[in-house]
Ligand binder design. Structure first.
Ligand SMILES: [Zn+2]
Length: 390
């Protein structure tokens, strides 16, 4: 799914061609791509024909192009697979073309702006512009404190100069959720999806389920700075490309996939410590993390109030420290049967933590829900240890 860097690449690519250009005509080939368009204001084609566009603006994963009069904008969301491609008129589009704008720029001539979307989770709409809640510019690309009505509930993104770090930290303190869920919550912080959440959490050495209320202000500052670094680096490399869906307006792919440390790297060694990166199910998607660098930490023992204590999420047992002898692994003796693992979503199986003391490079990373019998890799760890002793 395109995230902030990929959408920003599209915005920057469109800007020279659409800023000051006039819309000569509109063709809609797939009405479902207009499902976010409110027809009570007029139909999409007639609202746009003859209008002049100004510089495209982006907030998070939303892109909009203000129209003359500054009361309306074309709003685009790329969804899972949307692309906005700038084409010379007459070029045959190979992808699934949903909407086409015929535009003419006073200096550069005529173009087609093709909205291509394989899975139709993306959309285009004409929407009214409303004042921003904080009075700051609506997003990157404009000085106007205006935002499309359907984007008003979207939080600012961490690369936006008006993003308020202190408010974000305070909002996290009121949430009872894991850190990755919070990073994906577009009403808290926008522009981050699965790829850059996994990358930023890896960089900040945070487990994806770490309760946000257990994070210190310093850790939140570290995380935000890692989020910004990851996004800025991806932006500099033109975004991430795993397939032909992630392209700039010319159809070219980005290069950030060569820089990934955690996302999509399951089974490969963590670039920091060499432990194999693990992939776990998360919100119908997956999380990739290093089980050594990104351990789930127990929240600090004494919450501020009794209410906090009752609201605090039940944290799975923290994995054992690498060098700890097996006998000191918390909970290692409490796990009696496989059913004890029911409901666990992450972490290592405590019983096999007994195998972990000897040969770090062979430590098994047990997936939750499996039987806590000793795995093959764990047996091999034990065998190697036995040989070493001889
Ligand atoms: Zn690691």
């Amino acid at each position: 799914m395109p995230e902030l860097p990929e959408v920003e690449v599209v915005r920057a690519g469109l800007a020279p061609a659409v800023t000051g250009a006039t819309i000569l005509g509109v063709e809609v080939f797939e009405p479902r791509s207009l499902r976010r368009h409110d027809t009570s204001a007029g139909d999409f084609e007639s609202l746009l024909t003859g209008r002049t566009m100004s510089t495209p603006v982006r907030r998070g994963k939303f892109l909009w192009i203000p129209l003359d009069g500054r009361t309306q904008a074309i709003v685009a969301h790329l969804g899972m697979s949307g692309q906005i491609l700038l084409r010379e008129p007459g070029v045959v589009e190979t992808g699934l073309l949903r909407i086409r704008l015929h535009i003419e720029h006073p200096l550069h001539g005529e173009f087609w702006v093709n909205f291509v979307d394989q899975r139709i989770f993306g959309s285009m709409a004409v929407d009214k512009l409303v004042p921003t809640a904080d009075g700051a510019p609506g997003g990157l690309g404009t000085d106007d404190a205006l935002v499309p009505a359907q984007v008003a509930h979207i939080a600012r993104d961490p690369l936006d100069p008006a993003f308020d770090d202190a408010s974000f930290a305070a909002a996290l303190g009121r949430k009872n959720t894991g850190i990755k869920r919070a990073l994906l919550d577009q009403s808290l912080i926008s522009g981050i999806g699965n790829i850059y959440a996994d990358e930023a959490l890896w960089a900040a050495k945070l487990h994806y389920e770490q309760p946000v209320r257990s994070l210190s202000r310093a850790k939140i500052r570290t995380l935000l700075s890692e989020v910004r670094l990851v996004l800025a680096k991806a932006l500099a490399e033109g975004g991430t490309s795993f397939d032909a869906q992630y392209v700039n307006v010319n159809g070219a792919s980005g290069y950030f996939s060569h820089s990934l440390n955690a996302y999509g790297q399951e089974g490969k060694p963590c670039p920091r410590c060499g432990t194999l990166i693990v992939r776990e199910q998360f919100m119908n998607r997956s999380s990739h993390f290093c089980p050594h660098c990104q351990k789930l930490r127990r929240p600090r023992a004494t919450p501020a109030t009794a209410a906090d204590a009752s609201a605090a999420p039940a944290a799975p047992a923290a994995p054992a420290a690498p060098a700890a002898p097996a006998a000191s692994v918390p909970g290692a003796r409490k796990l009696r049967k496989p059913g004890d693992l029911t409901g666990r979503t992450s972490g290592v199986v405590p019983d096999i933590a007994a195998c972990r003391a000897g040969v770090p490079e062979l430590w098994p990373v047990a997936r939750v829900g499996v039987s806590p019998t000793i795995s093959a890799s764990c047996r091999s760890a034990r065998a190697v240890r036995t040989r070493t002793r001889r």
